[in-house]
Write a protein that binds this ligand. Structure first.
Ligand code: PRP
Length: 180
């Protein structure tokens, strides 16, 4: 597993420090108001579990699972919410957490639907990685861990074919691992 990594971009210690800082920032901004922290499965689970423990404010947790519709290997760009949050979000402050902001389609769709269909009044977004070069939708996260170049990254929740999510760091996957 480790041998498939060309370069470590963010060590476990880098991630820990940055997540703690994000947690402090979110806690300050919430100013004691209770928020629902909503994880987008599956990629955000490691980030989410560390982030909620770094938020020093009352929170509830919930989950959503989004996927892109597509045919073959190409995505149509349409996002389907496979799992909806179970709790009542009407009038709530919601912090949507994802591992990476890429084209922006997933986060954009989720934020709209949380507002329009679930009635949340204050929706904020928190992503660990921001791959700005790939953006096709005009969206910026309210909280960002690290900007990242347009390289294939895995680890700390990020996968290739559902593998490498359990690496404790984030690294660049060697091209021979995903090119045949
Ligand atoms: C990844 C990632 C984000 C989304 C970002 O999810 O976790 O949710 O893609 O891409 P976008 O900005 O282009 O929409 P993926 O569909 O790979 O599922 P996973 O979280 O289960 O790995």
């Amino acid at each position: 597993m480790h041998g498939d990594i060309a370069e470590v971009l963010f060590s476990a210690q880098d991630i820990h420090k940055r997540v703690q800082a994000l947690g402090r920032q979110i806690s300050n901004d919430l100013a004691g108001r209770e928020a629902v922290v909503l994880a987008l499965l599956k990629g955000s689970v490691l980030f989410f579990s560390d982030l909620v423990r770094s938020i020093d404010a009352p929170v509830k947790v919930d989950f959503a699972w989004a996927s892109s519709y597509g045919s073959g290997t190409t995505s149509s760009g349409q996002i389907h919410l496979k799992v909806f949050p179970e709790g009542d979000l009407r009038g709530r402050t919601v912090v949507v957490v994802d591992d990476i902001l890429d084209t922006g389609r997933t986060l954009d769709t989720v934020v709209r639907r949380i507002r329009e269909e679930h009635g949340a009044t204050d929706v904020r977004t928190c992503v660990l990685l921001d791959k700005q070069a790939r953006r096709s939708v005009d969206i910026r996260a309210d909280y960002t861990g690290f900007p990242v170049d347009d390289v294939f990254v895995v680890g700390y929740g990020l996968d290739y074919a559902d593998r490498y999510r359990n690496l404790p760091y984030i690294g660049v996957l060697k091209p021979e691992c995903y090119q045949s």
